[in-house]
Design a protein around this ligand. Structure first.
Ligand SMILES: [Zn+2]
Length: 360
């Protein structure tokens, strides 16, 4: 029998049994947002195990039995880092942060794409694909394009959230009841929490609340759903039916820099080409000062363009905007993907150069 104020703590792989202090343990977990569940008999805790072991070594008091969830103990994914990105439509995963995902995948980080809609309302923007057989099967075609793009980028898993594309603002499609933008917010948050709790990412990437002039309702909805999902996934009081609590450590917004746009504009002119950027775009106020994190795209820059080409209905291979500059010029202009750390511990340096800084 355990004394009140003590707990037996077993760790198979260490072949040890020890007594822990629960108060500092729970306090520590709260402070660092590590997810935990405390019932009358049981507390389920999540890695990092090193932190738990440190606390175990310090000794103390408690009134509950603690066990490590068997999946956490035995699953080889325990120690694997995981990056989860949330996007609105098939093709957004290619245009935003593709090189970042490719980089982390190459390093052995598990990479998950959550795609919220099937892109059913996307116009066919490539004349070569504007054919009856494509138009009639647009959902299937876009799913095939997404699969090809995800394979090029290096996503380990693609999870469809299952909503319908809401269409561009002020179009008839906006009224469809299955649209992502019309979905019950709590329901959509719960769906995303279910995925977060299953995949257990340390880092999540989503869209910022202010998205320039591209105010697609689905893109705004991605933000509105992702932030509460990030915050609630680790909350033991939130919907236990969608999985055991797991709170990611950091939430990033994917952003485009003005300096990149200015660099591209100048490069187009230097090459004797018309720039795809008009005066209105070039005069938009900069938000570059908000950027906290820059991930090098060296060695992975081609992935973005190859993945974009895989979305043949959406991306015209003759598009100057995407493919107008020679690849080496394009890469040299701004060899980074840019992010704003929205939630999580303050970066130790600025810009950060690793989304997992402070975690590994
Ligand atoms: Zn989109």
């Amino acid at each position: 029998m355990l004394e009140k104020g003590e707990v037996e703590f077993e760790l198979d792989e260490r072949n040890c049994t020890t007594t822990v202090v629960v108060e500092p343990l729970l306090k520590h977990m709260r402070l660092t947002k590590f997810p935990f569940v405390v019932g009358s008999e049981q507390a389920v805790i999540s890695p990092p195990l090193e932190k738990v072991l440190e606390l175990l070594d310090s000794g103390a008091t408690i009134g509950a039995r603690l066990t490590i969830d068997s999946r956490l103990r035995s699953d080889p994914m325990d120690s694997q880092l995981c990056l989860l990105t949330v996007h609105a439509h098939p093709d957004d995963e290619a245009s935003k942060g593709a090189a970042t995902v490719a980089r982390y995948h190459a390093e052995g980080v598990r990479t998950i794409l959550v795609c919220c809609t099937g892109g059913e309302e996307g116009d066919i923007l490539n004349p070569a694909m504007d054919r009856p057989d494509v138009r009639e099967n647009i959902h299937d075609v876009r799913m095939q394009e997404l699969a090809a793009s995800a394979a090029i980028i290096g996503f380990d898993e693609v999870v469809m959230l299952g909503y319908r594309d809401s269409g561009m603002p002020d179009t008839a499609a906006n009224r469809h009841p299955d649209n992502f933008a019309n979905a019950d917010l709590d329901e959509a948050v719960g769906q995303l929490v279910r995925i977060i709790r299953r995949e257990r990412p340390q880092v999540m990437i989503t869209y910022p609340p202010v998205q320039g002039r591209y105010l697609h309702p689905d893109h705004l909805r991605v933000h509105e759903v992702s932030v509460p999902a990030f915050e609630l996934a680790g909350d033991p009081g939130y919907r236990v039916e969608v999985g055991d609590p797991w709170g990611p450590t950091k939430l990033y917004y994917t952003v485009r820099t003005r300096s990149r746009m200015e660099g591209r504009h100048a490069a187009f002119l230097e090459q004797g080409l018309d720039s795809p950027y008009d005066k209105t775009r070039l005069e938009r106020p900069t938000q570059d000062d908000r950027i906290t994190t820059q991930i090098s795209t060296d060695g992975h820059a081609a992935v973005r363009l190859d993945a974009l080409r895989a979305h043949a209905t959406q991306i015209d291979p003759n598009s100057k905007r995407y493919f107008g500059l020679p690849a080496e010029v394009e890469h040299s202009i701004h060899p980074f993907d840019d992010y704003v750390l929205a939630l999580g511990p303050e970066p130790a340096q600025r810009p950060e150069i690793d989304l997992f800084a402070g975690i590994r």
